[in-house]
Design a protein around this ligand. Structure first.
Ligand SMILES: Nc1ncnc2c1ncn2[C@@H]1O[C@H](COP(=O)(O)OP(=O)(O)OP(=O)(O)O)[C@@H](O)[C@H]1O
Ligand SMILES: [Mg+2]
Length: 222
């Protein structure tokens, strides 16, 4: 089994005022182990929609998704949430940290939800926060951290369950140039270290060019 993730003939339609709006059709994409892919394309072309399907947050209008060779059945919330928790790390554009929890707790949470002990979860979270350069800020709450620091917490959190693939939706979309490069540098190093594959949606062609492969929704869709 070579592909961590495979999208087969994926289409996405939205319905607006009873009219179907087709965003993309018949997308095929295979992601190999440790492969780093940049997903590019103009605003509104469907990058977020595609990542949500790949991250099992939304079902496609048609087509099939395979994770580690297993076809996803969209009718079992329990199975879907297991995949989301254990195989997929998702990083949202606006990082989705929980305001009432500090950096350590935010990072540890997915590991605790997976049924592991809090003690080990906090140890793992502390190591990851150290790896993203936030060892001095583990007790800080999201509103006490800069945008770049919050994204680094989100990266730490996405890695704690050692997923096979990370899906990152414009992780540097709201950061200035130097924080963006810092976040990407941390990301790159950790993705290598943890042996993950990654799909990263970005408008930044410098960041895209650092990945193994650059794909655009328009090229993939027909
Ligand atoms: N729930 C929805 N209902 C109707 N249309 C939607 C819905 N969600 C997204 N769309 C439409 O689908 C298209 C693709 O949206 P998507 O958010 O995937 O684009 P994107 O490539 O991520 O854009 P951006 O670069 O601005 O983030 C857009 O035209 C958007 O308006
Ligand atoms: Mg988007």
């Amino acid at each position: 089994m070579n592909n961590i993730l495979e999208l087969r003939k994926i289409s996405r339609k939205y319905f607006l005022n009873n009219k179907a709006l087709s965003i993309f059709e018949n997308i095929n994409l295979s992601v190999k182990k440790k492969e780093k892919i940049a997903l590019v394309g103009p605003s509104g072309c469907g990058k977020t929609s595609l990542l949500h399907i790949a991250g099992l947050l939304e079902a496609p209008s048609s087509g099939a998704v395979f994770v580690k060779g297993e076809e996803i059945k969209w009718n079992s919330d329990r199975i879907l949430s297991n995949y989301r928790l254990n195989d997929i790390g998702f990083i949202f554009q606006f990082n989705n940290l929980l305001d009432d929890f500090n950096a350590l707790e935010n990072t540890a949470l997915p590991y605790i939800i997976s049924g592991n002990s809090k003690k080990i979860a906090f140890e793992k979270a502390e190591l990851l926060l150290k790896q993203v350069g936030l060892e001095d800020r583990i007790k800080s709450f999201p509103n006490q951290l800069s945008g770049g620091e919050q994204q680094r917490v989100a990266i730490a959190r996405s890695l704690i369950n050692e997923p096979s693939i990370i899906l990152a939706d414009e992780p540097t979309g709201n950061l200035d140039l130097s924080s963006s490069m810092n976040v990407i540098e941390v990301f790159d190093r950790l993705v290598d270290e943890y042996d993950c594959s990654i799909i990263l949606a970005t408008h930044d062609l410098n960041i895209a060019s650092l990945q193994d492969r650059v794909i655009s929704i328009e090229e993939l869709s027909n």
